[in-house]
Design a protein around this ligand. Structure first.
Ligand code: F6R
Length: 237
C-alpha cells in the first residue's frame, strides 16, 4: 500500500466484511500507533453509515502491569479512547486481562477462559515491534506460549516511552496473550508502516520460523494477512 492511511483503509475493510457476515464477531485489537489508522477508517465507515459495528465485541491483546486503572496509558484506557468511543461501543462489548490483579497468573488463566467462553477470537489485529514482537511476546517467546506475565525488553520500553512523560514511567512488566493464544484467532491481520518495520516484516514473512522473530509464527497460521505500506515492504525480496 502507498502509505499508512491506505493500510488502515484496507484493514478496516477486512473488519467491516467480517462484521457484515458475523455482526457479533469478537475482534482482538492491538494498541500502539500502527492500528490507529485502522480504527480511524472503521470509525469513518460507521459515521458514513456504510458499516454497522453495533454488535461487534472487542478484546485486548496485552496490558501493562502495575499502572493504576485511572492512568491514561493503560491499554484498556487507550482502547476505550481509540476504539470503543469512536465506534460507539459500550464497556460491555469489551474483554481484557486485569493488569492490576494481586494474583496475575490467575488473572492470565481467567482471561484465557474468558476468550474461550466468548467463542474465541474471530479476527486479531496485530502490530509488529521493530524486533519482531507481536503482542508483548518479545524475541525468544515460545510459539506454544499462553497468556502470561512478560518482562519488556529495554528496546520496547524505549520505543514506548513516547507515550509517557519519561522512560522511568514505562512499566517493566506486562500481561500478554501468548503466541499460541494469538494463533487461535480465526484470522490474523498484521499491519505495519514505515521503514523502521521493514527488517522485522522481511524476517517475519520470508525468514525461517524462529522464536527470535515471534511474528514468524504467522507463517504457521492457516489464515494470516500482512498489510504493509511501501516503506515497511522495502526489505521484502
Ligand atoms: C501493542 C502491541 C505491540 C505493538 C508493537 C508495535 O498492543 O501488541 O506488539 O503492536 O509494539 O507498536 P507500534 O504500532 O506503536 O509501532
Amino acid at each position: 500500500m502507498p502509505d499508512r492511511a491506505a493500510v488502515g483503509e484496507l484493514a478496516a475493510g477486512v473488519i467491516a466484511d467480517l462484521v457484515t457476515r458475523k455482526p457479533d464477531a469478537l475482534v482482538g485489537v492491538a494498541t500502539g500507533s500502527s492500528p490507529l489508522p485502522v480504527y480511524a477508517a472503521l470509525a469513518q465507515r460507521v459515521r458514513d453509515g456504510v458499516t454497522d459495528v453495533g454488535r461487534m465485541r472487542v478484546c485486548q491483546l496485552d496490558e501493562y502491569v502495575g499502572l493504576p486503572p485511572e492512568h491514561p496509558q493503560t491499554y484498556r484506557a487507550v482502547i476505550e479512547e481509540e476504539v470503543l468511543r469512536p465506534l460507539g461501543l459500550s464497556a460491555e462489548s469489551f474483554l481484557g486481562p486485569d493488569g492490576t490483579a494481586d494474583d496475575l497468573p490467575r488473572a492470565c488463566a481467567d482471561y484465557e477462559l474468558a476468550l474461550r467462553d466468548a467463542g474465541g477470537v474471530d479476527l486479531q489485529l496485530l502490530g509488529i515491534g521493530s524486533d519482531g514482537h507481536i503482542g508483548f511476546n518479545e524475541p525468544c517467546s515460545s510459539f506454544g506460549s499462553r497468556t502470561r506475565v512478560k518482562t519488556l525488553t529495554q528496546q520496547t520500553r524505549v520505543d514506548n516511552a513516547r507515550f509517557f512523560d519519561s522512560l522511568d514511567e514505562v512499566p517493566w512488566h506486562v500481561v500478554t496473550q501468548g503466541i499460541a493464544t494469538i494463533s487461535e484467532a480465526r484470522h490474523l491481520v498484521l499491519v505495519a508502516a514505515g521503514e523502521s518495520k521493514a527488517e522485522a516484516i522481511a524476517l517475519a514473512v520470508e525468514g525461517p520460523l524462529a522464536a527470535i522473530v515471534p511474528a514468524s509464527a504467522l507463517q504457521l497460521h492457516p489464515h494470516a494477512t500482512v498489510i504493509v505500506d511501501e516503506a515497511a515492504a522495502s526489505h521484502l525480496k
